[in-house]
Write a protein that binds this ligand. Structure first.
Ligand code: SME
Length: 296
């Protein structure tokens, strides 16, 4: 087991998210890298002790490599925001990655580089960590509906990805895997249409899906699906009317996300999701649907 510490705004929400990620064994909230020993929540709340609200994460690197855990963490923060996450402001809400094993540093720096330039995320060794009192541990499990700066979808996705991995198990048939993945995503997230198109003889052909009937074939570079295939990247469309060449399978579809599925570095299909509301999909959907597509 390995340990790493993340500061990402209010620790109630961050812990609730991280503990649901497959491979995370346990979490504890507390205060890191400040100047007072054993501070209380109230002391840290004055924003004068220098601590960051932090989640200590114990994880199994055989199940979740550090690189993936870091990417999951980045999904939950605005890495450019200085001392502010959601509506929570102050140095205690800064973002940070605090490592205890120096060999973790190259991976941390690589992921930070991939996330962008001039990030406001502090990267340094863990200097100290003081657990918060029991009332703050697992706060959102004890107080469902309690304050949280993170979107609900992020908790649902972490649990969905974990459960999907268990559900797929060692099933080797790709159609069976796609079928159950489409069903679970539809059931948990409630989207209007969830399905796969598979590359066959130079075209995308309709695969397992959940939702209204859909068009069966899409050419390379055509529509949102064909474009995601061609560009080998996730495409988020806030308003399908604004996407040149969008293929309308249903007039109810208002926004869409298409995530490529890769095998041995090539796109072998896409995961396509439609919503009946505008602007449904954001960076949380793009990140976690990417994870889900990789599981399938
Ligand atoms: N809208 C897609 C076509 C597939 S349906 O959404 C199920 C596209 O433009 O590629």
């Amino acid at each position: 087991m390995k340990r790493i510490h993340f500061a990402g705004g209010c620790f109630w929400g961050l812990e609730h998210y991280l503990k649901n990620i497959d491979g995370v064994v346990s979490t504890e909230v507390g205060f890191a890298n400040g100047s007072v020993d054993s501070p209380t929540y109230e002391q840290v709340y004055t924003d004068t002790t220098g601590h960051a609200e932090t989640v200590a994460v114990t994880y199994d690197p055989a199940v979740i490599p550090l690189k993936e855990l870091l990417e999951d963490f980045f999904c939950a923060i605005d890495p450019y925001s200085v001392n502010k996450q959601g509506e929570d402001e102050g140095t205690r809400y800064r973002t940070g990655i605090y490592y205890s094993s120096p060999e973790d540093l190259p991976v941390i720096l690589e992921v930070c580089r991939e996330q962008g330039d001039s990030l406001a995320v502090e990267v340094c060794p863990l200097a100290c960590f003081f657990p918060a009192d029991e009332r703050h541990q697992d706060y959102l499990s004890k107080n469902p509906g309690g304050y949280c700066h993170l979107p609900l979808s992020i908790f649902r996705y972490a649990a969905l990805a974990r459960d999907l991995k268990n559900l797929l198990g060692d099933e080797t048939d790709e159609v069976a895997r796609m079928a159950n993945a489409a069903a679970l995503v539809k059931e948990r997230m409630g989207f209007f249409w969830v399905g796969f198109y598979v590359v066959k003889d130079g075209e995308l052909v309709l695969g397992p899906f959940q939702g209204p009937v859909a068009c069966t074939r899409i050419g390379f570079g055509k529509g949102v699906c064909g474009t995601a295939w061609k560009e080998a990247k996730t495409i988020v469309v806030p308003d399908v009317e604004e996407f040149p060449g969008h293929i309308a399978c249903s007039s109810m579809s208002k926004s869409e996300i298409v995530v490529p599925v890769f095998k041995d570095g090539s796109v072998t299909g896409v995961l396509d999701i439609d919503s009946d509301s505008l602007a449904t999909f954001d960076k949380v959907d793009a990140h976690w649907l990417g994870r889900i597509a990789a599981l399938v």
